[in-house]
Ligand binder design. Structure first.
Ligand code: GLA
Length: 567
């Protein structure tokens, strides 16, 4: 029996190998009227082993460790945008001219502590709006490469198989124009000096969290008006940043249209008829204007991005009067290897500098490849550290409490970790939770980019965002990112003490992530205060605290914070 089984295995391992060789495709209808999305697998077989290429419309990956056993195949794809490189496991069943393939997810893929991929939250936010549906390419690439997303059944469910058809016998991959790399090799990456901007973490507003694809000229002007009239401008919220979907490159129904004029100049779409006039208006309010693009061919929402036009786009933005650029990786994996990420960002930093205009440079690549170690050298004033935030306690607290610790050494004046924009005022958290969001971001010395509709801001949200005592912690001139000094309780439900050394004194955050009110005590010696009887100020209640000579104990509500300045 044993012999028979080994014989069958041996024969089957040898026999069908030749059947796999060739080019296979899986086709899905394009979303929102866009073109069909074709996923291609090219297999090069050598006996019972194979290699090859896997390509989505926006990204190609190497296939490694392929093995054929009977009509079953297994293989891995790799991508090098993570340390260590991300590996995705596939298994498949070959039946004649049909191949069913599924991603095999490791058990920990659903761990709540795993960093969400860049587009996960964007999918949830945008699934209802057709003009937003075109994150598709980047999402599909990320999801099918095992970085999460909804591909292969999404989180939670078993991966859905793809059924591929053989379209040819060729075993060499021929990239589509989207995947063709046309750039010359980069010069060696070298540290560039600071641009002198963002001495304290940038403050302002960004369109994405509330408006996504609905941002337009009118809403940006109205937001500038509201920032000025609400007191936000005078509290320091200066940058008015337009995120994705201002560009030409696709229509709201998803059809592809040219994103540039005949001379290669990037075009804004109908929502933004005159960017220069908009910048003039925003400047007239005493504010600055930010814009968004990325090093790839397409933005995350599928619009025109900057690949191959870095200097030209930088000049265009400078001529419009742009003061801030968020540069989002998105589909850049289709044209750059992981090793090219640093010089690709640096290329834009240098292009911005050569315009002679002061433009803050914000890197958005979700914290990949230890960006904190090279973001400043690449010319960045700030860099995202995680996937996208969403307007709920789990997302905010996971990013803020769990994914920032250990990054503090790389932050400082001119170069900041960016745990993503604020969700305060968007409705998904309580006032208590939004206070925690504001306090934590301030202790983290994070950029404070509001993301709500300022035109209709209720007073209790204004009280949170305009709390000057808390803002002064974020904007402290020493520019030191705070750290956790104590954490007790079960994971995700802890009581935490944080400190942020200030130019004068220390900010202390007493956070309660548990489900009940809890008493939290801090000893001044634990947060680096040696003075006897220090001056203690409660920054949310705006009152001085007495009788706290060596320590302070206080009841903190569930999901709440008590924030102190101790001198
Ligand atoms: C990515 C970024 C978000 C936002 C969207 C726009 O998901 O992380 O902050 O800019 O793209 O498409």
């Amino acid at each position: 029996m044993f012999k028979f089984a080994s014989c069958v295995l041996l024969l089957s391992a040898l026999a069908p190998a030749a059947d796999l060789a060739g080019t296979w495709q899986f086709e899905q209808a394009g979303r929102g009227g866009g073109p069909a999305r074709v996923t291609t697998f090219v297999f090069k077989v050598d006996g019972a082993k194979f290699t090859g290429t896997y390509a989505t419309p926006s990204q190609a990956y190497s296939i490694v460790n392929g093995v054929v056993a009977g009509n079953q195949i297994t293989f891995q794809t790799t991508d090098d945008y993570a340390i260590p490189p991300r590996i995705t496991n596939y298994q498949g069943t070959l039946e004649g001219e049909q191949l069913s393939l599924a991603v095999v997810r490791p058990a920990q893929a659903n761990s709540p502590e795993a960093a969400p991929p860049p587009s996960m939250t964007a999918i949830a936010m945008r699934s209802a709006s057709p003009e937003q549906a075109a994150l598709d390419e980047a999402i599909a690439a990320a999801a099918q490469a095992g970085r999460g997303g909804r591909g292969g059944g999404g989180r939670g469910g078993p991966p859905a198989p793809m059924v591929l058809k053989r379209v040819g016998t060729g075993t060499v991959f021929h990239p589509t124009p989207e995947l063709t790399r046309t750039h010359l090799p980069f010069p060696p990456f070298k540290m560039i000096p600071p641009n002198g901007l963002a001495k304290t973490p940038p403050m302002g507003w960004n369109s994405w969290n509330k408006f996504a694809g609905r941002v337009d000229d009118k809403s940006v002007r109205e937001m500038a008006d509201a920032i000025a009239s609400s007191g936000m401008r005078d509290a320091g919220y200066i940058y008015v940043n337009i995120d994705d979907t201002w560009e030409q490159g696709r229509t709201v129904s998803g059809a592809w249209v040219p994103g540039r004029d005949k001379d290669g100049n990037i075009l804004s779409n109908d929502k933004f008829p005159d960017m220069k006039a908009l910048a003039d208006y925003v400047h007239s309010k005493g504010l600055k204007l930010g814009i968004y693009s990325g090093p790839g061919r397409k933005t995350c929402a599928g619009y025109e991005a900057t690949y191959g036009h870095e200097e030209q786009d930088a000049k265009t933005w400078a001529a419009w009067g742009i003061d801030y650029l968020k540069y989002d990786w998105c589909s850049a994996s289709s044209v750059y290897d992981g090793a090219e990420m640093q010089p690709a960002y640096q290329k834009m930093a240098l292009a911005l500098r050569s315009t002679g205009r002061d433009i803050i440079f914000s890197l958005c690549q979700y914290g990949w490849l230890n960006v904190g170690e090279w973001g400043a050298a690449a010319g960045g004033n700030l860099w995202r550290t995680t996937g996208d935030i969403s307007d709920n306690w789990q997302s905010m607290s996971r990013i803020g409490f769990d994914q920032q610790v250990g990054r503090e050494a790389v932050a400082g004046p001119g170069h900041w970790n960016d745990p993503d924009m604020l969700e305060i005022g968007n409705g998904g958290m309580t006032a208590t939770e939004y206070r925690t969001h504001m306090a934590l971001w301030s202790i983290l010395a994070a950029p404070l980019l509001a993301g709500h509709d300022i035109r209709t801001m209720p007073d209790y949200i204004a009280d949170i965002l305009l709390n000057k005592e808390v803002i002064s912690i974020d904007q402290d001139p020493a520019g030191i990112q705070g750290t956790r000094v104590k954490q007790i309780g079960p994971a995700g439900y802890t009581l935490e003490v944080w400190k942020k050394p200030l130019a004068k004194g220390v900010a202390v955050g007493l956070f309660n992530r548990s489900l009940d009110t809890a008493r939290i005590t801090v000893k001044w010696s634990d947060v680096g205060i040696t003075a006897e009887n220090p001056k203690v100020r409660d920054l949310w209640n705006h009152r001085d605290i007495t009788n706290a000579a060596t320590e302070y104990s206080v009841n903190v509500p569930s999901h709440g914070v008590v924030m102190l300045r101790v001198e």
